[in-house]
Design a protein around this ligand. Structure first.
Ligand code: PMP
Length: 366
């Protein structure tokens, strides 16, 4: 008994399993009338073109289709303004991030992260054998400590990861600051999962720098999270290298057809961006006006809320909102945030209003 463990890689055995949400998600499964404000999903149905494409594609579910995703890469290339040879497609940007970690990290190599950040990175870095070097972001805005990051670079540093717009804060890195990092002799992964919601995404820096790897997704603005479609933009040299890691048929045919259809609907995307920006401004303004709450300015499809009333915790707010059928995500003590927080996804105007009303009621009772 127990001898099997000697076959395990210790750094994988010691890694945690990522959990995409807490107990409340499980409760949700029994009721369909909750407002989903906990996972930064899109509140909208996919484009009608997607629904049509999926219906048609299901008839070909028996095929092994193109594994290089030529047509989809062309569609992405066209959308993002790069050549198709500079694009690789993944099962969500999560798979792309994982390919990057597996591809570049040797056991003991270092990856620099700035807390608070997306909690999946450190876990997948550990599974790849890497060592997480955390450089905390700077209060009160939680902006990146650029000097601190540069100072933390050692001969073992392989990657610096920047998620901009940042999850969970929602802020973005300034172009000059990202350039400072790109001028170091390391790879910089720029995760722009929320790039469509930002005023000034920085994907274009991949035209100038060969050490940047940008990851993006159709999970957020295009509303296709369940279909798992992400992509990366890098030099052809990096793309060819990562292609060796990619398993064949890593994105299914139905998702591929859905993605091509989604990218063709420019009107849909424009509407989503406008609606999210409007909802985000509404949440920011109305929540900040509630005594004891302060919302951070956001360039993403969520707002981080700091609970400033003494004695009130993120857990209190999460549970009391759930009581009113609004699911959010508490961020207290998570990923380097100091104080009590909850993160609220922007939804339809009606749902945003219901959330604000619920928050007003809850805070009045304290
Ligand atoms: N990056 C960030 C910062 C995220 O918040 C998420 C999703 N929550 C992802 C990447 C992964 O998205 P997906 O795998 O659906 O593309």
């Amino acid at each position: 008994m127990g001898y099997i463990k000697k076959f395990f890689k210790p750094y994988i055995d010691e890694a945690q399993v990522y959990s995409p949400g807490g107990v409340l998600r499980l409760l949700y499964q029994q009721r369909q009338d909750w407002i989903r404000m906990m996972s930064n999903e899109s509140p909208f149905e996919p484009s009608p073109r997607v629904l049509e494409a999926v219906e048609e594609a299901i008839h070909k579910a028996g095929w092994y289709y193109d594994s290089d995703f030529v047509e989809l890469r062309e569609a992405i290339a066209n959308y993002i303004g790069f050549e198709a040879e500079r694009i690789l497609v993944g099962n969500g940007s999560t798979e792309i991030l994982d390919m990057i970690f597996r591809g570049f990290i040797n056991p003991g190599d270092e990856v620099i992260l700035s807390d608070p950040t997306y909690p999946l990175y450190p876990i997948r870095i550990e599974v790849a054998g890497g060592k997480n070097v955390i450089v905390p972001k700077i209060l009160p805005e939680y902006y990146w400590d650029i000097k601190g990051i540069i100072k933390s670079i050692t001969p073992r540093t392989k990657i610096i990861i920047i998620d901009s717009p940042n999850n969970p804060v929602g802020n973005t890195i300034a172009e000059e600051d990202l350039k400072k990092l790109l001028e170091q002799n390391v790879l910089v992964v720029l995760d722009e999962a929320y790039g469509e919601f930002a005023d000034k995404p920085l994907t274009h820096l991949a035209k100038k720098y060969e050490n940047i790897i940008v990851t993006r997704t159709l999970s957020k603005a295009f509303g296709l999270a369940a279909l798992r479609i992400g992509y990366t933009i890098a030099t052809p040299e990096i793309i060819n290298y990562l292609t060796k890691i990619k398993i064949p048929f890593n994105v299914n045919y139905i998702a591929v057809q859905a993605a091509i259809a989604a990218l063709s609907d420019k009107e849909y995307l424009k509407r989503v961006k406008n609606d999210i920006a409007r909802g985000r401004e509404y949440l920011h303004k109305e929540i900040s006006a509630i005594d004891g709450l302060e919302a951070f300015p956001s360039q993403a499809n969520f707002v981080l809320v700091k609970i400033t009333k003494p004695g009130v915790t993120g857990t209190d707010i999460e549970w009391k909102l759930a009581d009113k059928l609004v699911l959010t995500r508490k961020y207290t003590g998570k990923a380097g945030l100091i104080g009590e927080y909850t993160r609220i996804t922007v939804r339809s105007m009606d749902e945003n209003r219901r959330c604000v009303e619920a928050l007003r009621k809850i805070m009045r009772e304290y």
